[in-house]
Design a protein. Structure first.
Length: 108
């Protein structure tokens, strides 16, 4: 499955548009990650635990979108857009990752 942020697939013709497909992932973080991330914010550096959660969320949302595109018989998903949102605060923080694109079939 080809997944691209561009509106077309180089070297291929889009034969049909099957519709918008999406994928979502909502992941919880925990108090310890929040604590260490806030310390990192003060002293500088990267918050590797949050980066991992973010990557996991992105991977899950994209996999979900691809599964939906395959159900429609798509060869590719074009025009992919990723969105991130933090929900909650204080001791409960959720990260929501949403991905959308257009499922297409490709022709010669």
């Amino acid at each position: 499955m080809i997944v691209t942020t561009t509106e077309s697939v180089e070297g291929a013709r889009i034969a049909s548009y099957l519709g918008i497909v999406s994928g979502d992932a909502v992941l919880g973080t925990n108090v310890f990650k929040d604590l260490f991330a806030s310390i990192r914010d003060v002293v500088g550096g990267r918050a590797a635990s949050y980066e991992k959660v973010l990557q996991d969320g992105k991977d899950m949302a994209i996999a979900d979108m691809i599964a939906r595109a395959k159900e429609l018989g798509a060869d590719a998903v074009v025009g992919v857009d990723l969105d991130y949102e933090v929900i909650g605060g204080d001791s409960k923080t959720l990260l929501m990752v949403s991905v959308n694109g257009t499922a297409v079939t490709l022709g010669g």
